[in-house]
Design a protein. Sequence first.
Length: 184
Amino acid sequence: MAFTPCTATAKSTGQPCQRPAVPGATVCRYHGGAASQVRKKATLRLVERNARELFGKVAPEPQPVENPLAAYADFAGRVMAWLDLMDTQLDDLRSVGYESERVGEQIHAAIQLYERAMDRANTVLASYARLNIDERLSGITERQAEQVVRALDAVIAFLGASGPKAIEARKVGAAHLRLVASGG
């Protein structure tokens, strides 16, 4: 981690403080960095930064939204991935909280992030269910399949195939579509 200087100004000289800031904070321990609320917020910032870095390693590159329903389905998956990631952060904790002489009992920042992730996952999944995303996506896929079948039938009719030849052409077309769908 790079050295971050304290942002406070020394009262005696009026010059900026040259001491290192408390990790995750903007001030050194002499300018308020030792205060419990500053340490708590600094710890939360560090955990959030680490979580963002971890998630950045697993998150895909953003793409333009062409299909909002599919994008929302993907978003719900990412929210669940974030929840899983926050869950792994709890593995290293030995307890939910810790005791501080100055402030008393405190909750670990990782626990707070996990609680937020659970709340957000609940909100996103409730919206996902309420909007019937899976059903809508399925309907779109069915309509697209119907359009492909109609286009294939039009080509077969244009070529003048009928009877067994038309049936064979549909089978060949279906096999090629399955191959395309599987990425082959």
